[in-house]
Design a protein around this ligand. Sequence first.
Ligand SMILES: Nc1ncnc2c1ncn2[C@@H]1O[C@H](COP(=O)(O)OP(=O)(O)O)[C@@H](O)[C@H]1O
Ligand SMILES: [Mg+2]
Length: 342
Amino acid sequence: MYYKKIFDLLPDYIFIHDKDGYIKKMNNTSLKYFKGCENIYTIIKEERIINKIYNHSSDLPLKAGETSLILPNRDKIVINITSRNFETSFSKHYKLTIFKDITHVKDVEKQFCIAQKQGAIGAMAAGFAHDFKNILNNIKLYLRLIMQSGDLSQVSKYAGIIENMIQDSNNFIRHVLNVTRDTSANYEEVMIAELIREDLNIIERILPKNINIDFIDMAKNAIVRLIRSRFTQVIFNLVLNSVEAIGQNSGDILISIERTNINEKPFVKLSISDNGPGIPANIIDRIFEMFFTTKPNGSGLGLSMVKMAINDFGGYISVESQEGSSTTFKIFLPEVVYGESV
Ligand SMILES: Nc1ncnc2c1ncn2[C@@H]1O[C@H](COP(=O)(O)OP(=O)(O)O)[C@@H](O)[C@H]1O
Ligand SMILES: [Mg+2]
């Protein structure tokens, strides 16, 4: 009895079918979308995976692969398929095939690719930074010519050249900003703790062994309004900076959220601290600047993007650091409170 309940309650899509794919039973999760479906192979469609399941004959579980499905409600999900053989009392050869919905994991992986793309953009930007310097040097040169020239027609000619050069650099900055902003994404109201946990699930998988990361939620059920993908970039960038700061030493990163007020309005304060080397006082005011970096291969874009995202979400970011012992980034995001007039 209980087993049947558990079978039905599991969030995975579970099917019991024969070798030829004919479905004998499915759990409630599967029924919701695949009721009336007779053969599991018509759901999977991908021949490579079907062949694997069909040909699998050992007692060991089979990792059949990943594929995507369009559900009847038009949602597209990505699933990971496992299958194993088993016998029933009728001693028939049945297969238990399970689809695990990994849509979110795939989403986060995509975000990670975007973060990496930003790395590429950073490298690109380093190249452009060089061009930038040239432009500035040229502007300086023409300014000097203006200052030395008594001829008014020459002055306006040089001024025109300078104006064009400034326009060029403006276009470039706009270009960099546009590629790094995911304009297709939408605002959502989300439970911030859940989002952080989802990101941490991925981060923990790739975190170096010498670094420990913890999350404390002191803002139970707090909801904020933001663009999911950009928030993930914020977390990734800040954690990555901490990881890079800690380096080979062993270190801790602590993420925490709590409720607070700013001008009597409810905010969620998100803190990300590390016990790395800290930020020297003479550069701390510059770290949010575009292209400011102290790393040989840094892009100097991470924090400027973080700040841009947080400001777009209607929030604020600040930093505190003790040289030689710790760095804490504090982010304040407006809390969405339902049922209250603004
Ligand atoms: N957690 C941290 N600990 C120490 N220094 C940091 C930390 N986060 C950022 N910084 C400093 O801020 C600079 C700018 O960071 P960022 O904008 O992400 O660019 P990048 O990581 O490419 O250098 C870094 O080069 C580093 O000097
Ligand atoms: Mg960085």
